[in-house]
Design a protein around this ligand. Structure first.
Ligand code: APR
Length: 234
């Protein structure tokens, strides 16, 4: 793999499953009888803000009881040891990549430990329950909401992601079902621009057909093995 310089890694809920965070579309995907698709929307926030805030408050509180697993740590090792360009794009709103030590990464679907002002658009670090109508540190409006990209909203940093995909030599997807766009389309964008494509997932995903290679197994096993492979090839 000596011709590989630029890598983009996309991660999804599957990479955090072995840390104890439930995936979205597996068993137990319902929350108090609601489908996530019915809670994580701007319409749900407008109709029942208490419910939506509680959903994210509980998920944020649950972070205290989980730790990064070998897959997060392996990507942090890649981040520290890779001389070429690397961008880890996570769809996850947990902070396990950062806690493992990754720095060349972004959260395209937002973060549990952040709040977003619906008036001025400022984002601020937020830990603990987020009361409805909490005040924005930048503009003062009583308008903070969870800093999460809801269904129907535009993911963050798409220009930066598209630019990285366009020059990627290798695109690797870890633990994502390929059900939610635009992330589900990244493999095709990267391949169109000439990247090799590799999927690491517990089950064949909806996007498997688009990857040159799919390895089936747990992220905690497959990711460290792949990172060893790519770093030893340098
Ligand atoms: N190792 C690797 N893959 C795993 C593991 C594991 N230990 N456990 C589960 N998986 C795989 C599943 O087989 C599945 O294909 O991870 C995938 C998880 O899929 P989803 O639950 O659909 O999660 P994700 O693809 O991240 O969802 C995308 O949907 O609800 C929205 O915004 C939310 O970011 C999320 C987006």
């Amino acid at each position: 793999m000596q011709d590989i310089r630029n890598i983009v890694v996309l991660t999804g809920a599957g990479i955090s499953a072995e840390s104890g965070i439930a995936t979205f579309r597996g068993p137990g995907g319902l929350w108090e009888g609601h489908r996530v698709e019915d809670v994580c929307t701007p319409e749900a926030l407008a109709a029942d803000p208490v419910l939506v805030h509680r959903f994210y408050d509980l998920r944020q509180a649950a972070l205290a009881g989980v730790e990064p697993n070998p897959a997060h740590r392996a990507l942090a090792r890649l981040d520290a040891g890779w001389d070429g360009e690397l961008l880890i794009v996570t769809q996850n709103v947990d902070d396990l990549h950062e806690r493992a030590g990754a720095t060349r990464m972004l959260h395209m679907h937002g973060e549990l430990l952040s709040a977003l002002c619906t008036v001025c658009g400022a984002r601020e670090a937020w830990a603990g329950a987020l009361p409805e109508g909490a005040g924005c540190g930048a503009c003062g409006a009583a308008a903070l909401r969870p800093d999460i990209v809801f269904f129907g909203e535009m993911p963050y940093q798409m220009e930066r992601i598209e630019a990285a995909l366009a020059k990627a030599d290798l695109f690797v997807s870890v633990g994502t079902s390929g059900a939610v766009y635009p992330a589900a389309g990244f493999v095709q964008t990267a391949a169109y621009h000439g990247a090799r494509t590799l999927e690491l997932n517990l089950d064949p995903s909806m996007g498997s057909v688009f990857f040159e290679e799919t390895r089936i197994g747990a992220a905690g096993v497959l990711v460290p093995a792949w990172v060893d492979e790519i770093l030893s090839d340098v």
